[in-house]
Design a binder for this molecule. Sequence first.
Ligand SMILES: O=P(O)(O)O[C@H]1O[C@H](CO)[C@@H](O)[C@H]1O
Ligand SMILES: O=c1cc[nH]c(=O)[nH]1
Length: 256
Amino acid sequence: MSKIESTVFHLGLNKEVLEGAKIAIVPGDPGRVAKLASYMDNPKPLASNREYTSYLAYVNGVPVVVCSTGIGGPSTSIAVEELAQLGVDTFIRVGTTGAIQENINIGDVIIASGCVRLDGASYHFAPAEFPAVANYEVLHSLVEGAKEAGLTYHVGVTASSDTFYPGQERYDTFRQDVPKHMQGKMALWKQLHVLNFEMEGATLFTQAASQGLKAGMVAGVIVNRTKNEIPDEKQAKIVEDNGIKVAVNALKTLIK
Ligand SMILES: O=P(O)(O)O[C@H]1O[C@H](CO)[C@@H](O)[C@H]1O
Ligand SMILES: O=c1cc[nH]c(=O)[nH]1
């Protein structure tokens, strides 16, 4: 197979440039990729196509690929699929999130043990009965990573919604409303001890667990939805570093 033929369609990567990397860090935002890679050794840009920006970097001499997923399950599923085709078997999502419990503060990190499947893409991998769960080893490494970073962390269930507005019950300034069938959902998840909302975890966890891959997720809290609807952009950029620190620490444990 030629080099061109072995380049995966969306990510623009091939096995040669990944240098045998088995671990991928997968943030949603392409703008987070260079920053994430800069926390590791010898970061180098690999490719940029659509929402997929990628870098290769090293932790204790071991290659790690950093590749954005874009927002939501469909684009995430493509990133995971194509990275797996190239030999990656372990995924750490580094995201941002909105907390829905009063006791969780901006700047804390949430480490998901599982996700409520409020997405569509996860159902293309496994039926509703299949749980969207984190891999224990990756979850454990993230907890150790948060302790090492000295951050306040919360481990529990995340709600992963396909939409940022109605699915997270945002009564935004445009409509001041959400469709009736979505009303009361935030209170429901809150009552069920769900910690937060984000948009990719359910797809990542279901896809990975159902295919024998390992996945975990850490997300920096950029808004508390019991107090505010919309995050502050500047604050979000600062807080995203907390998730990055936890993930990079976790890599050291995983690589050991
Ligand atoms: O910061 P990222 O990783 O993109 O994660 C969160 O931010 C986006 C919404 O603003 C969604 O992708 C959500 O999951
Ligand atoms: O509230 C939030 C913040 C970040 N990402 C989300 O999906 N929701």
